[in-house]
Design a protein around this ligand. Structure first.
Ligand code: C2O
Ligand code: CU
Ligand code: CU
Length: 596
């Protein structure tokens, strides 16, 4: 019975087209919503669940100082423990980031989310394996003033996860406004490892933002931004610009989260020492791996071990993002080079002017793309964080040879070793699609319907050009505001000469997608590189992938094919899979797995 009521409620929300009208011109302008009558507690406690920890989590409006001068209006999570271990919430000062939620494997958690935002909202625990009703599915979005009670047992092993909004079509704008926080899970096995702890265990949440001259966040996802993704002008770490930290000459554990809407980072150390990775997404590796650099896409986490005893006291080491290519639609990189040649990103380069004209107004007019006029191009080099080694450490740790032991999945464990389930990335008109479709709130195809407690072989691949060409072309002619039209417009102003000759629309829209699967982590079986002539720039990223370990998000480079093993255990219901480029997600590059 309860189920039926819920379903009806969700259908209503769906019918109302939540969020469709508010194209995220937030946060500078409050959105006025009609207050509809409704229960205050949209989802009450079950009555049968006995929590070890209870937390009140508020998503609300706040102001924090970020740049010199005026504080920035943000949306921010705040939390307090109302029952159980007070250490479950670690508040952070001077940042828009939400407090760190710290859980232990096996703990039963009840979280009451209070929506004090001026619009619909629902929160998702990215990386946690929780029941459908506690996963933050957009069909459960609550109105301003309402509450939603999540109840789940922490099934995850030790690792670094995060929480963020998952509101239909508003995830990007709400996360950008500041709504994000880390979730750290601890367990016995991890606690027994000789890993850096306390002040030597440091989160690094990397995000990019653009500020207006009054220090307020600028955001837009209309027009071509829906395809490119939003890219900002400043890199923030833990919510701070020009992040600098004083460290001791010893080993640190950095929990890196790429909390950006669409930017990728190519992480490397300034002293050229290899990057040592001890965990991918929310799971420790079996043993550490090293790479010359690490590619990290939106939504992904990586835990890095760094010993500052080399170079030692008095030195500065920086965490860099190195140059890379080939992750953006064809034409983008020439365009950016053109912009640089015409005055760099300080001034109004070619793209800036182009964007201004496209928007019809200047940057202050919030025309589409005007807010990206001076963005740091995807793939250009910059410094992320600085570490000054200022003191000699009393002791140090040796990098363990063995980390976390757990059995690996084998092909034989899957129910479909010869017929992987497809996750086909494609395009239809101005949308990126998954398995040929855009998001349907409660819908799932046959290939998306999965029996509970099965382990599935899956394959992510690009199916550009395999769609019904007619349909696609028709949509493309729709008008100048379509992505295609927009890109053509930009080309006209900045010399994207080659774009016309790039073949069909599908090919023209080929770019990287960080594909995220809700539910239990998956294991990467194999990465099939792009075919000859299809993967320009692949060489600049390929040594930064980590196939080892467990993942919930994987970067699918243009024309790349990724084979993975994914369990669907414990819970029935709808579990999302989507692109974690949040502008793509909000442009409906999202689908449900219906676990039955
Ligand atoms: Cu981090 Cu479905 O999202
Ligand atoms: Cu998730
Ligand atoms: Cu995408």
């Amino acid at each position: 019975m309860a189920d039926k009521v819920d379903l009806k409620r969700r259908r209503l929300i769906q019918a109302a087209g939540v969020g469709a009208a508010s194209l995220a011109a937030f946060p500078a302008f409050p959105i006025i919503l009609k207050r509809q009558a409704g229960r205050k507690v949209a989802r009450p406690p079950s009555g049968t669940f006995s929590p070890d920890v209870e937390i009140d989590l508020v998503a609300g409006v706040s102001r924090v100082p970020i740049l010199k001068g005026q504080p920035t209006s943000v949306w921010r999570y705040s939390a307090k423990v109302t029952k159980g271990d007070p250490g479950a919430v670690i508040p952070l000062q001077n940042t828009y980031l939400g407090p760190i939620l710290k859980f232990k494997t096996g703990q039963r958690v009840r979280i009451t989310l209070k929506n004090q935002l001026p619009e619909q909202h629902i929160t998702h625990w990215h990386g946690l394996h929780s029941p459908f009703e506690a996963d933050g599915h957009p069909s459960y979005a609550i109105r301003p003033g309402q509450e939603y009670v999540y109840e789940f047992e922490v099934k995850n092993q030790a690792g670094t996860n995060w929480y963020h909004p998952h509101t239909n079509m508003l995830t990007g704008s709400q996360a950008y406004a500041g709504l994000a926080g880390l979730i750290i899970v601890e367990d016995k096995q991890e606690q027994g490892l000789p890993l850096p702890r306390g002040e030597f265990d440091v989160p690094l949440v990397i995000q990019d933002r653009t500020f207006n001259e009054r220090n307020q966040f600028l955001y837009d996802r209309r027009g071509p931004i829906a395809m490119l993704g939003f890219l900002g002008e400043r890199i923030l770490v833990n919510g701070q610009p020009d992040f600098t930290m004083q460290v001791a000459s010893r080993a640190y554990r950095f929990r890196v989260l790429n909390g950006s809407n669409s930017r990728l980072y190519k992480l490397a150390w300034s002293d050229h020492s290899p990057v040592t990775v001890i965990a991918t997404d929310g799971a420790l590796l079996e043993k550490p791996v090293t790479r010359p650099y690490i590619m990290i896409g939106p939504g992904q986490r990586v835990e890095i071990w760094r010993d500052f005893s080399k170079p030692g006291v008095g030195k500065e080491i920086t965490l860099e993002s190195l140059e890379f290519e080939g992750t953006m639609p064809p034409g983008y990189e020439q365009q950016m080079r053109g912009r640089r040649a015409m005055g760099g990103r300080g001034g109004m380069g070619a793209m800036g002017r182009g964007m201004g004209m496209m928007g019809g107004r200047g940057r202050m007019g919030m025309g589409p793309l005007a807010v990206m006029a001076n963005h740091i191009p995807q793939g250009s080099a910059f410094t992320i964080a600085r570490f000054h080694v200022t003191r000699k450490a009393k002791d140090n740790l040796e990098l363990p040879k063995q980390l976390y032991s757990r059995p690996l999945y084998r092909l034989e464990d899957t129910v479909n070793p010869d017929h992987p389930r497809p996750i086909a990335i494609g395009t239809k008109g101005r949308h990126f699609t998954l398995n040929g479709k855009v998001f349907e709130m409660l819908g799932a195809l046959d290939v998306e319907t999965i029996p509970v407690n099965t382990i599935q072989l899956m394959e992510i691949f690009h199916a550009h050009g395999m769609e019904h060409e007619g349909e696609e072309n028709e949509k493309q002619e729709e008008g100048s505001m379509s992505m295609q039209g927009g890109m053509r417009g930009m080309g006209g102003m900045g010399g994207m000469g080659g774009m016309g000759g790039m073949g069909g629309g599908g090919m023209m829209m080929s770019m990287v997608h960080p594909i995220h699967l809700h539910g239990p982590y998956f294991q990467i079986v194999k990465r099939t590189p792009p075919r000859e002539g299809h993967g320009l720039g692949y060489d600049t990223v390929k040594d930064g992938f980590i196939n080892e370990g467990l993942h919930d998000t994987v970067l699918a480079m243009p024309d790349e094919r990724i084979t993975l093993i994914k369990p669907f255990t414990d819970y029935k219901g709808l579990f999302l899979y989507h692109c974690h480029n949040l502008e793509h997600e909000d442009a409906e590059m999202m689908r449900n797995f219906k676990v039955v």
